[in-house]
Design a protein around this ligand. Structure first.
Ligand code: DQA
Length: 141
């Protein structure tokens, strides 16, 4: 069965608790249940890390396995705006990466308008709430 890795960065373990007016009330675990019902033919793996280096390790671990994975759905959180190292990891691997944001980052503070990772991702989806993850999966299958 084809796999997709959903990889969340810092503070996204707090979904459901963190700024619900921006990120909604649902935990990632609840939303994953819904996604797994929608995509029964795809193995949706989920990882989350608050650590830049660990995110890079995970990207490297799966990034060359084009036999098993259709791609990576990445919400790099605030590292989106700062991390040349994550951008370099994405550029290095073979799998396509779709950049995801729950909020419409373009409508928020100017520091969130820059994405270090956008140029090396297959594409970017932002502003559709948790549905941004589903739309990213649609882009990969
Ligand atoms: C986010 C947007 C980022 O600017 C922020 O730092 C996050 C979440 C989003 O999903 O909307 O942690 O990536």
């Amino acid at each position: 069965m084809m796999k997709i890795l959903i990889l969340n960065g810092p503070n996204l373990n707090l979904l459901g608790l963190r700024s619900p007016q921006i990120y909604g009330n649902q935990s990632m675990e609840q939303y994953l249940e819904f996604l797994r019902e929608c995509y029964a033919d795809v193995t949706l793996e989920y990882r989350q890390s608050n650590h830049e280096g660990e995110i890079i390790d995970i990207i490297q671990q799966v990034g060359y396995d084009i036999e098993s994975y259709a791609g990576i759905v990445l919400n790099a959180g605030a590292y989106t705006h700062t991390s040349l190292a994550i951008a370099d990891a994405i550029e290095a691997i073979k799998l396509p990466v779709v950049e995801v944001h729950i909020s419409n980052v373009a409508a928020r503070e100017s520091v969130r308008h820059t994405s270090m990772i956008a140029p090396v991702c297959r594409g970017s989806i932002a502003g559709f709430g948790m549905d941004s993850y589903r739309l990213a999966i649609e882009a990969l299958i």
